[in-house]
Ligand binder design. Sequence first.
Ligand code: 13P
Length: 248
Amino acid sequence: MRKPIIAGNWKMNKTPAEAVALVKGLIPLVADAKCDVVVCPPSVCLPAVAEAIRGTNVKLGAQNVHFAASGAYTGELSAEMLKAVGCEYVIVGHSERRQYFGETDKTVNLRATAAVKAGLTAIICVGELKDERVDGYTNAIVTYQVQMALKGLTAEELDHVVVAYEPVWAIGTGLTATDEQANETIGVVRRAIAAVYGDDAAQKVRIQYGGSMKGANVKGLMAQPEIDGGLIGGASLKAADFAEVVNF
Ligand code: 13P
């Protein structure tokens, strides 16, 4: 029904030469993947990686996008720029952007909208902090985050949206949500989408899990009915590790 999608978020790792070496190692290992495969290297690596993956089943994504078409936005990149260097995907609203760079639900909505309108697929990240889970606010938080992120988008535009549920306490910590926790909260995300767009539209949206996902836990997570893939940090930085996730 929904084709799984596994994406690697390389975060601030790899020079262009290192990035090319990584994808060249990866390409033969994932050539028979049954899921969509995406790599999201740092911006300076995008042109070199685009060249290296040409003609393969590995697709390119960026880690952020600005909402304006052009202008005085030092340090930012537009959707057209990302498309011009071969990107089909872009991560929006990663918790590290929210935590360290002042992203809000409003800017996440603006960035996601710009990406989708330009024809990129936005991988929109949502997820609760540890305290929010402990205090029982997980469902409220992820519902609000996803509905705010999608505000103004049409049901048709959801074809260009992937949601990544990444509990912040599971990112880079080695702590993974249990299969059941991840499935349950992704179900909440899907119901939040259904509340706005209807059940048919929500059933088509692919929702990934992210947070210490790796070869050792991918099978259990992917066996859950609501989980349509993964957004992988640490385990995407070595070809063999990422291939193990992709070939779950
Ligand atoms: P880790 O897989 O390193 O926990 O990172 C997850 C993540 O933040 C992907 O966007």
